[in-house]
Ligand binder design. Structure first.
Ligand SMILES: [Mg+2]
Length: 350
């Protein structure tokens, strides 16, 4: 039987800053860049009580919470601390799969101790050695472990035992399932499906017809089955953001407006991953109203706005139809993975 732990730092960036800014403990704090288009990357629970959320534009966050203290992100610090946290985890198993700077899956199936006990110890050590609160979910698979880590957040943990899976998923909203975003949720709602037990009643053929390959996965996921293995050190090869437009874009001027929006989103994502300097090339994807897709990419150039604009311009000339989707992305250099491994080793004192 598999034992998977999902460890998730609570309000990671904000918590790191508050270690040094004890004067702000108990007050609403958000982490955001200083540009006009900045969004909150993280905020603490005090800020969330006012309705602040990560991803929220700064001006909106300040409307919701005028006493919010904004601090600039320090990604080098977060990366270093993330490596220390990972080093603690690697002391328990080599099967550590980071999802981001503040989240990771661990496969502790080989350990004779209970996963619950191991999770308790890891969280205790993160608190004692690094002074940060974290939460954990324990379950027989990745999807359920991730759902469980949210259950007793902050500073808590929750276990779904194998014999509890059936009951647990029955009441679970479909939105919680791995891969179900707002769009799929909406489609399911239109089919009258809100919970996993609703979804379990839909025949596989129907799911496959509506959602293709993902429909077949949904059949398993809504029953709490998820066989995906924990894959250590998986290097991200590219990162991108994309958007489908409610109204087709038929001129370059409107398109460049969309590129501006997507660009700042992409930069926020990149900064959140701390990957900005390791970009190897950039690409833009365009989908036209006739559903043809074209990708324009260039190696060795920097991810700056002008470069994206010229890629989109080039893509725009390839098809006479209006655009229904634009995506912007970066290809990441292999070295970033090597560097990440070096960081681990460094943190381990090797
Ligand atoms: Mg987190």
């Amino acid at each position: 039987m598999r034992q998977i732990i999902h460890v998730d730092q609570d309000c990671f960036y904000a918590a790191v800053e508050l270690r040094e800014r004890t004067d702000l403990v108990g007050k609403p704090v958000g982490i955001a860049g200083s540009s006009r288009r900045s969004v909150l990357t993280t905020c603490n629970y005090e800020a969330r009580d006012f309705g602040c959320r990560s991803g929220m534009p700064v001006f909106k966050a300040l409307q919701a919470c005028p006493t919010l203290t904004l601090l600039p992100p320090r990604f080098e610090v977060y990366r270093a601390i993330s490596s220390r946290i990972r080093a603690i985890m690697l002391g328990y198993t080599e099967l550590v799969e980071p999802l981001s700077l503040d989240e990771a899956y661990l496969d502790v199936s080989e350990d004779s101790r209970s996963a619950f006990e191991i999770a308790t110890e890891i969280r205790y050590r993160i608190r004692e050695e690094i002074s940060l609160p974290s939460s954990a979910g324990i379950a027989p698979n990745k999807m359920l472990a991730k759902i469980a880590s949210d259950w007793n957040k902050p500073n808590g943990q929750f276990e779904i035992q194998p014999d509890e899976v059936k009951d647990f998923v029955r009441k679970l909203p479909v939105r919680k399932l791995w891969g179900v975003g707002p769009q799929t949720e909406k489609t399911l709602k239109e089919m009258g499906i809100a919970s996993c037990s609703d979804l379990q009643r839909i025949p596989e053929t129907e799911l496959a017809r509506r959602f293709g390959k993902f429909g077949v996965e949904l059949r398993d996921l809504c029953r709490g089955k998820d066989e995906r293995p924990v894959v250590p050190h998986r290097p991200p090869k590219s990162m991108s953001v994309e958007r489908t437009f409610a109204e087709f874009v038929d001129n370059l001027e409107t398109a460049s407006g969309k590129v501006h929006e997507l660009y700042s989103e992409l930069m926020d994502d990149l900064r959140a991953k701390g990957k900005l300097p390791k970009v190897d090339g950039i690409f833009a994807k365009l989908k036209f109203s006739d559903f043809t897709v074209t990708t324009v990419s260039k190696a060795g150039i920097r991810p700056v706005m002008e470069n994206y604009l010229s890629l989109v311009e080039e893509g725009f000339t390839r098809n006479d139809n209006p655009i229904r989707l634009i995506g912007l992305g970066v290809r990441l250099r292999e070295e970033s993975m090597i560097e990440a491994q070096l960081n681990f080793l460094e943190a381990l004192g090797i």
